[in-house]
Structure formats: C-alpha cells, structure tokens
Design a protein around this ligand. Structure first.
Ligand code: NDP
Length: 320
C-alpha cells in the first residue's frame, strides 16, 4: 500500500520441496508489486504440531496460504506406512485449516492428488468423482487424509464463509524432487537409477512391466497454474491441474526419455516381478481448459531433460 506495507503476504507451506521450489522460481520472476512470498520448510516448525503452526501464523500474518506440506512418498513407502501417511497428513491439514480460519486468511489453496481418486471407476476421471468409491488399497492412508481436505473446504465455506479450495495435480516432476530410489516417485526414481547405471556400467532396470499409463506435469507448469488458482479461481470445489488426456504416456516411454536425456547407452530391463500399481488413472482437465484453453504445457522431453540436467548438476546436494 501507500505506506509500504505488503498488500498480500503469501505463505507457502512445504516451500522447500519439489512444488514449493518451483513456485519460488516462478514468483521470483512473476511476483506482483506489494506481494511478499514466504517459503516455509520443516526447519521453520513442525506443522504436525499445533503450537508450531500457531506460532508461524502469528509471526507471518499471511493473507493467502498455498498449502503444500505433506508426508509424501511413492507406491512402496505408501504400502508400508499407511498409519503414518494418514495421521501425519491429517494433523498437518487440520492445523493449517484451523489457523487459516482463525487468522481470516482470504484464500487457502491445498494440494490433493489424482492418486487419491477411486480405484474402481470409469475414465477419464474428473473432480466430481473424487468420493465415488474407495481409493487403491496401496495408498489408503494418504488418500483418505487428502480427501478430507475437500470435505472440510466445503464445510469451512458453509459454516464460516472461508474461501478455501484445492487443486488436483497428476504426477509431478522437476528440479528439487526427491530422487530416492526406494521412496521416491517414478520419474525421479528412474533418473537416479539411470544415473547410477551409467556411472557403474550396469543395466538400467525399471520396476514393473513399463505398461502403466500416466499423465505427468512439469513442476514449473504446476507452479504457474497454482498461482493462477490462488489469484483467479474462487470455488471450494477442486480443480484438476493436468496435461491433456492425449499427453498420457507409458512408464516405458518415460524410462526411454530418461535414458535419452542422460545419454545412457547400456541395456534397459523391465523387472516384471515388481508391482505395477494402478494400470491407468486418466484425469480429465476439461475444467482447467474451460478457464485456460490456450495454456501450453512443457513437453515431456523438455521437462525430463531439465530434470536430468538439474539432478546431474546438483547430485551432491539433491534429496536421494
Ligand atoms: P516434497 O516431498 O518435495 O516436499 C514436502 C514439503 O513438505 C517439504 O518442504 C517439507 O519440508 C515439508 N514438510 C513435510 N512434513 C512437514 C512437517 N511435518 N512440517 C513442516 N513441513 C513439512 O513434496 P512435493 O513438493 O512433491 O508435494 C507437494 C504437495 O503436492 C503435497 O501436498 C503432495 O501431497 C502433493 N502432490 C505431489 C505429487 C508428486 O508427484 N510429487 C503428486 C500429487 C500431489 P522439508 O524440506 O524441511 O522436509
């Protein structure tokens, strides 16, 4: 404003992660005058703990919150720790939502995921089908904790007039990802494995058959669309942020794109003893397209090349 006070203070929980760092890159170049962007990591407080969360809100006095912090992991981590995935996410989400209500935050945007959609369903799946049946048993803990965000966004709107909403991204990848082979998601896991195979002169082994189909969104695209949701999309109902259905790819395509970007020339093997997860979970992005018909997503080749280059350059410090 005229006195130099920030017009809006936007608090990003989980600001040190894959999506948080992408939003940081985006807003470093695209912040508007009067905006202050604050990126939190777990070092600023444990959001599972109510007192820590209260202190952060009292200190930062946010007008807007983009809530990314979560306990996240790949298929194998989710299968092993359902209790922790449910409890930790539920605690974090409750602490954030209650603080947003108490501090009269004008907008809260939280992250759901397409992997919380019903397991048995018809495809493509859209925002209205979120609660139409149980999620895949492999990630029930995470999925139910996330689904409750949507339920509570509507409850907070009805009871307190809060402007809370959620976004549903498909699989995300990009710089600052968690490149753990055991606990990470598919693209960063493949990048790390391919890096090792190249270094050790061993085959590049992909877990599963390579046939499952997925939609992947590059983290910088998601960052731009998330900031757009915060500014322009005002409904408690979730909105899917995904590439088009025609941009769905097989895990095999992804693995080959990683090998190409890494300039890996050895043998590529598919270990079919390992679980595949859901065969497909095609998400419909019609709602997004109704608002952003011309938005151009980064191609998978470009996104994977950028992610591979980032991993190679930041190998020592990358999460792995
Ligand atoms: P990351 O694992 O990269 O980052 C997680 C972030 O949450 C980090 O900043 C981490 O802090 C913070 N965090 C975790 N636990 C706590 C805690 N107890 N207290 C405070 N901060 C905490 O996650 P992503 O960026 O990949 O995911 C962001 C959101 O997007 C999540 O809500 C996730 O569920 C959702 N999502 C992700 C998908 C994906 O493919 N990655 C797909 C769909 C949805 P620190 O760095 O200090 O540990």
């Amino acid at each position: 404003d005229a006195e130099g006070n920030p017009i809006s203070t936007i608090l990003i929980t989980g600001g040190s992660g894959l999506v948080g760092q992408a939003i940081k890159s985006y807003t470093d170049a695209n912040a508007r005058p009067g905006e202050t962007w604050i990126f939190l990591s777990s070092k600023d407080g444990d959001l599972r703990v109510r007192e820590d969360t209260d202190k952060i809100f009292e200190k930062c006095k946010p007008t807007h919150v983009i809530h990314l912090a979560a306990k996240v992991g790949g298929l194998f981590a989710n299968m092993k720790q359902k209790v922790e995935f449910y409890r930790e996410n539920t605690l974090i989400n409750d602490n954030i939502m209650e603080n947003c209500r108490i501090h009269k935050v004008t907008k809260l945007v939280s992250m759901l995921s397409t992997c919380i959609f019903p397991d048995k369903t018809t495809y493509p799946i859209d925002e209205t089908m979120l609660h139409n049946g149980p999620p895949h048993p492999s990630n029930e803990g995470y999925a139910y904790a996330k689904r409750l965000i949507d339920t509570m966004n509507r409850a907070y709107a009805e009871e307190y007039g809060c402007n809370f909403t959620s976004i549903i991204p498909t699989n995300i990848y990009g710089p600052h990802d968690n490149f753990s082979i055991e606990n990470g998601h598919v693209i960063p896991g493949l990048i790390h494995k391919c890096y090792k195979a190249k270094k050790d002169g061993t085959p590049f082994t992909i877990w599963g058959s390579g046939t499952p189909l997925r939609q992947f969104i590059y983290s910088l695209d998601l960052a731009e669309l998330t900031v757009w949701v915060m500014r322009e999309y005002h409904s408690p109902d979730p909105i899917t942020l995904s590439v088009d259905e025609s941009a769905e790819v097989s895990i095999k395509d992804v693995a080959l794109a990683v090998a190409k970007a890494m300039k890996f020339e050895g043998e590529v093997i598919f270990d079919t003893e390992k679980a595949d997860g859901q065969f497909k979970k095609t998400a419909c992005n019609k709602k997004l397209r109704s608002y952003r018909p011309d938005y151009k997503f980064t191609s998978m080749e470009d996104g994977i090349q950028k992610s591979v280059d980032w991993f190679v350059e930041n190998y020592e410090t990358a999460r792995k």
